[in-house]
Design a protein around this ligand. Structure first.
Ligand code: UD1
Ligand code: CA
Length: 457
């Protein structure tokens, strides 16, 4: 098999987005659109990927570091000029080169693969990925000759009324013979409505030189949507969301309301897990089997075991074990690890804490910078006082300790194994294992207080 190279066009500003954020960095299902493109291409085992950057080059490179090489297009003179910037990296290579726009995040790897295969079968010098669009406005049109063969691509702005009637469009994805691509780019002019060097003009030049030019049509226009404005962005979001959710459902995940469930492209979910409406799963979240997630929960970059329940809660950058109950209304902040069978109940916030197996904080607690052993019970309203205004300090609660309601544990402090802390205590010193610590004022009852008060009037 021949080597496959790829060039991704991502130097444009994206004026039609009306945004400070460069177009190709606008996220679709939580991931920048250009990163979708690169991740899809990477799955084809390409020999080299070159991304053309220009507007916001440093930012774009920041997102794609390690996934692509880069070539800078200092001035955006058009898509042909953009590809030319890859010449120093790819010009001498033998093989075929895929060119994909950074703003078409929905093209599937299988379609790109089929395009390359077709290109090779046809022994073409260039093969265009085309699609039928009900509303082709804005896209380049595929102009075929009487023999049905592709003659050229005409941009919408340059097209005649008759050409605008054509509904077969250029998706902006192509496969070229690499040598022919770079030779032909030099012959492209900018004599057109936009004064730009158009990559699609390569097709007409090759055709006129008698070379074989082919077109591979996908039957799914949805795949080829180019995101030029926020309307298309929301359409891309909807299409990709459906695609991701359907994949999970086919894998054995129940999604009660797919239209109201937002799952990122890099999330994995075990079978027989049920996702309830209003759930947002982001980053590299991994959820085990037979869990109940949601309703209304946001989970970012977490690893969750099996049979765990998360209701109406938020969790980020943390690990959660199996058979854990979280929520309703809990907040698991980064760098936390919640052990198996633990319970983090209503209005409990956990931060940078390990919380051992079977431990419980059922109501109204803040547990930050803590190491909580197994079998610990934190009573309602108990709090780790981890911050003195300058530094954060550690609270250790050893196995089987019992912390009474409304206790303040002033860190650094250790509650020994099996110790009891009386309700309402403010603990400033370590508590030995198996001790009972009471740290509160004694109760005083003043008898006949009201009578005495009234007699003074
Ligand atoms: C382009 C195609 C059109 C096709 C459509 C598919 C051209 C001239 N037209 O039009 O035939 O139907 O895509 O979506 O190619 N870019 C650069 N440098 C530049 C100009 C653009 O890197 O100098 C990048 C942009 O960042 C973008 C991509 O190329 O990711 C496409 O550019 P865009 O301006 O969106 O082209 P379209 O008008 O959509
Ligand atoms: Ca576009």
């Amino acid at each position: 098999m021949t080597n496959i190279y790829a060039v991704i066009l991502a130097a444009g500003k994206g004026t039609r987005m009306k945004s400070k954020l460069y177009k190709v960095l606008h996220p679709v299902c939580g991931k920048p659109m250009v990163e979708h493109v690169i991740d899809h291409i990477s799955s084809l085992h390409t020999a080299q990927i070159v991304t053309i950057v220009g507007h916001g080059a440093e930012k774009v490179k920041g997102y794609l570091e390690g996934k692509s090489e880069f070539a800078l297009q200092e001035e955006q003179l058009g898509t042909a000029h953009a590809v030319m910037q890859a010449e120093a990296l790819l010009g001498e290579k033998e093989g075929c080169t895929l060119v994909v726009c950074g703003d078409t995040p929905l093209i599937k790897p299988s379609t790109m693969e089929a395009l390359v295969k077709y290109h090779e079968e046809q022994q073409a010098k260039a093969t265009i990925l085309t699609a039928y669009a009900d509303q082709p406005d804005g896209y380049g049109r595929i102009i075929r000759g009487e023999d049905g063969m592709v003659e050229k691509i005409v941009e919408h702005k340059d097209a005649t009324e008759e050409e605008r009637q054509v509904k077969e469009i250029n998706t902006g994805t192509y496969c070229f013979d690499n040598r022919y691509l770079f030779d032909t780019l030099k012959k492209v002019s900018n004599d057109n409505a936009q004064g730009e060097y158009y990559l699609p003009d390569v097709i007409e030049i090759l055709k006129k030189a008698g070379e074989t030019v082919a077109a591979y049509q996908t039957d799914d226009f949805n795949e080829t949507l180019g995101v030029n404005d926020r309307v298309a962005l929301s359409q891309a979001e909807t299409i990709m969301r459906r695609r991701i959710n359907e994949q999970h459902m086919r894998n054995g995940v129940t999604i009660i309301s797919p239209e109201n469930t937002f799952i990122g492209p890099d999330v994995s979910i075990g079978s027989d897990t049920v996702i309830h409406p209003g759930t947002v799963l982001k980053g590299r979240t991994v959820i085990g089997s037979e869990c109940e997630i949601g309703p209304n929960s946001e989970i970012d970059n977490c690893q969750i075991g099996d049979e765990t329940v998360v209701r109406h809660s938020v969790a980020a950058d943390s690990e959660v074990g199996s058979r854990v109950a979280i929520g309703p209304f809990a907040h698991i902040r980064p760098a936390s690890a919640i052990g198996d069978e633990a319970k983090i109940g209503n209005f409990v916030e956990v931060k940078k804490t390990t919380f051992g197996k079977g431990s419980k904080a059922s109501h109204l607690s803040y547990i930050g910078d803590a190491e909580v052993g197994s079998g610990v019970n934190l009573g309602c309203g108990s709090i780790t006082v981890n911050y003195d205004g300058k530094n954060k300090a550690l609270t250790k609660i050893e196995d089987d300790a019992f912390i009474g309601c409304n206790s303040n544990l002033i860190a650094p402090v250790t509650i020994g194994k099996g110790a009891y802390v009386a309700a309402g205590s403010t603990i400033t010193d370590d508590v030995p294992g198996n001790a009972l610590s009471v740290a509160r004022a004694r109760q005083v009852n003043k008898e006949n207080y009201v009578e005495n008060l009234n007699s003074k009037k």
